[in-house]
Design a protein around this ligand. Structure first.
Ligand SMILES: NC(=O)c1ccc[n+]([C@@H]2O[C@H](COP(=O)([O-])OP(=O)(O)OC[C@H]3O[C@@H](n4cnc5c(N)ncnc54)[C@H](OP(=O)(O)O)[C@@H]3O)[C@@H](O)[C@H]2O)c1
Length: 293
C-alpha cells in the first residue's frame, strides 16, 4: 500500500503544488478544500502526475472546528496516515468571526491545524515514521506577541493578526516536535517564502491589512509585498514537499524549512516558553480535544 498524505487547502495555490509534488513521488494524496468542483479539477491534475495511487478530494471548511473534528474522525477511521501537511491559511481584510464565534485569522491559521493535528496523532503513529508539516510565514515577524486572549489588544489589522496566528501555530509546532520526540512522528514547519496566489493577490492589495503607521507608507509596503509574493506556487511548495517526504530529514524533527528548501534558524520568539504556554492554554480552551458530553 502506498504512503498516505493529507494536504489541507490542497486544491489551489501552494497546497495544490504540494499535493502534486507528493503524488509525483508515489504518495496517495488526499486534498481538502471547500469547493467540490475545484476539488475535482485538482484531483484530475494530481492524477495526471501521480506515480502511485489515485488522489481524492474531501470537502471541509477548515474555518469550522466541527468540520475539523468530522474530518479527523473520518481520517482516523481509515487507519494509518503517513503525512499531514497543515497548509490551510488565510488573511482577512476585515475582522471576521467563524461559525464557532472565534476570530477567523486565529481559527483558520492556528486552531484548525492545531485541532486536526492533535486528533490525528494516533493514525500518524500507526503508520511508522509519520510526519507533520505546518506551513508558516515570514509574517510571524510583525506579530503582536500577546496570547492571553484570542484577540490581541488594539485595532484589527489583517496582516498583523494573520502573522500573530501563524506565530501561535509555529510556537505550537516547535513545542509539539519536542513533545513527540522519540515517538516516530517528526514535526516540521515549512516557510514557503512568497507566491502569487489567491491569498496574496486578493487581501494583500488592501492598505487596511496593515497598522496605521505602515498605511502612511502604503505604496512602499505594497511594493514590498508584491516583490515578496511574486514567485510561483510550485517553488513555494518545495519546503513543504521536502519537510513531508525527503529522506534527508529521516529521524530529524523540530526544524523550520525555509523558502530555499533548507533548514533555517527558527524565529526565536516562537520558542519563548511564555508564548508557548499561553498558546497551548488558549488552544486547549478554544478547541478542547474532548468535547463535554
Ligand atoms: N502565498 C504566499 O505568499 C504565502 C506566504 C507565506 C505563507 N503562506 C501560507 O501558505 C499556505 C498556502 O497559502 P496560499 O497562498 O497557497 O493560499 P490560497 O491560494 O488562498 O489557498 C487556496 C487553497 O485554500 C483552500 N481554502 C481556503 N480557505 C479554506 C477553508 N476555510 N477550508 C478549506 N480550504 C480552504 C482553497 O480551497 P477552497 O476555496 O475550495 O476552499 C484552496 O485549496 C497558507 O498557510 C499561507 O498562510 C503563503
Amino acid at each position: 500500500m502506498g504512503k498516505r498524505a493529507v494536504v489541507t487547502a490542497g486544491t489551489g495555490g501552494i497546497g495544490l503544488e504540494t499535493a502534486l509534488g507528493l503524488a509525483a513521488i508515489g504518495y496517495a494524496v488526499t486534498v481538502v478544500g471547500r469547493n467540490a468542483e475545484r476539488g475535482a479539477r485538482a484531483v484530475e491534475r494530481i492524477d495526471a502526475v501521480a506515480t502511485g495511487p489515485e488522489a481524492r478530494f474531501v470537502a471541509a471548511d477548515l474555518a469550522s472546528l466541527g468540520a475539523v473534528r468530522a474530518l479527523a474522525d473520518r481520517f482516523a477511521e481509515e487507519g494509518r496516515l503517513d503525512v499531514l501537511v497543515n497548509n490551510v491559511g488565510a488573511m482577512f481584510a476585515d475582522r471576521q468571526q467563524t461559525v464557532d464565534g472565534i476570530e477567523a485569522s486565529f481559527a483558520v491559521n492556528h486552531l484548525s491545524p492545531y485541532l486536526l493535528t492533535e486528533l490525528l496523532l494516533e493514525p500518524l503513529r500507526a503508520g511508522g515514521p509519520g510526519r507533520i508539516v505546518s506551513v508558516t510565514s515570514g509574517s510571524v515577524r510583525v506579530a503582536k506577541r500577546s496570547f492571553d486572549a484570542v484577540e490581541p489588544p488594539g485595532g484589527y489589522y489583517g496582516f498583523h493578526w494573520y502573522g500573530r496566528a501563524k506565530l501561535a501555530n509555529l510556537a505550537y509546532t516547535l513545542d509539539l516536535a519536542e513533545r513527540l520526540r522519540g515517538t516516530g512522528i517528526s514535526v516540521f514547519a515549512a516557510d514557503p517564502g512568497g507566491a502569487a496566489t489567491e491569498m496574496t493577490d486578493g487581501t494583500m492589495r488592501s492598505p487596511k491589512i496593515v497598522s496605521p503607521g505602515l498605511r502612511l507608507l502604503w505604496p512602499l509596503v505594497r511594493r514590498t509585498f508584491e516583490r515578496a509574493t511574486s514567485g510561483s506556487a510550485s517553488v513555494a511548495a518545495r519546503p513543504s514537499i521536502l519537510a513531508a517526504a525527503d529522506a534527508s530529514l529521516d529521524g530529524r524533527t523540530g526544524l523550520v524549512i525555509g523558502p530555499e528548501a533548507r533548514p533555517v534558524t527558527p524565529f526565536a520568539p516562537a520558542a519563548d516558553p511564555r508564548t508557548v504556554k499561553a498558546v497551548l492554554r488558549l488552544s486547549r480552551q478554544l478547541a478542547p480535544l474532548r468535547l463535554p458530553v
